[in-house]
Design a protein around this ligand. Structure first.
Ligand SMILES: CC(C)(COP(=O)(O)OP(=O)(O)OC[C@H]1O[C@@H](n2cnc3c(N)ncnc32)[C@H](O)[C@@H]1OP(=O)(O)O)[C@@H](O)C(=O)NCCC(=O)NCCS
Length: 172
């Protein structure tokens, strides 16, 4: 893979590509239930319009391969005493799995988060069976800090959540 930028801001023109790649049960099986399934063109429309209306700083990025949006990565900024933390979430169209794309995208998001935003801590909670995502987090420098036992239900199964964290250099 080239070393060029992988993440960029969402654009209205991304709607068809977003919908095509997001409409996949194998993607959804690893995500929270609020991610639509099936993922319709209306869902793509709603998502991009919502993102474009959000106040700055930008927290939602498209993952771009040859200009096409084939996945998404973003931050959920926390509030109150946790305002120095943000939760990271990401997904990629199945055609592009296992090519190192998400690792590159996550590294870019980490760089953006710690240089452009007043954040000290990034974290993600991953389903226990999602080995690929746990590998991506590890390759981007995150450490498994905890296992939240029996903390979630997905597809009618109760599962553990693996909590991965990354602390801004200098705050260890
Ligand atoms: C998980 C996901 C983001 C990975 O993206 P990706 O671009 O394929 O990730 P990368 O290629 O950068 O790295 C994946 C690593 O996991 C490994 N991997 C993938 N599936 C695996 C599995 N079932 N078991 C063990 N390792 C696995 C790959 O071999 C690779 O490791 P390597 O670099 O040592 O070979 C992507 O598969 C995806 O979007 N899945 C659906 C949604 C999702 O899981 N989102 C994350 C929710 S926390």
């Amino acid at each position: 893979m080239s070393r060029g930028l992988v993440i960029r801001e969402w654009e209205r023109a991304d709607k068809p590509s977003l919908t095509a790649h997001a409409n996949n049960i194998r993607v959804w099986n690893n995500l929270r239930d609020y991610f639509p399934s099936p993922y319709t063109p209306e869902d793509g429309e709603k998502f991009i319009e919502m993102v474009l209306q959000k106040p700055r700083p930008v927290t939602d990025f498209a993952i771009s391969v040859e200009g096409k949006a084939v996945g998404g990565i973003g931050l959920i900024l926390q509030t109150d005493v946790q305002r120095i933390s943000a939760e990271v979430g990401f997904w990629l169209g199945e055609d592009y799995w296992n090519k190192g794309i998400m690792t590159a995208a996550l590294k870019e998001l980490v760089e953006y988060s710690f240089t452009r935003l007043p954040l000290v801590k990034l974290y993600a909670t991953v389903f226990d069976f999602n080995t690929g995502s746990q590998k991506v987090l590890t390759k981007a420098g995150f450490e498994k800090e905890a296992v939240l036992k029996r903390a979630a239900m997905k597809n009618d199964k109760i599962i553990d959540l693996h909590y991965y964290g990354l602390i801004k250099p200098g705050y260890l």
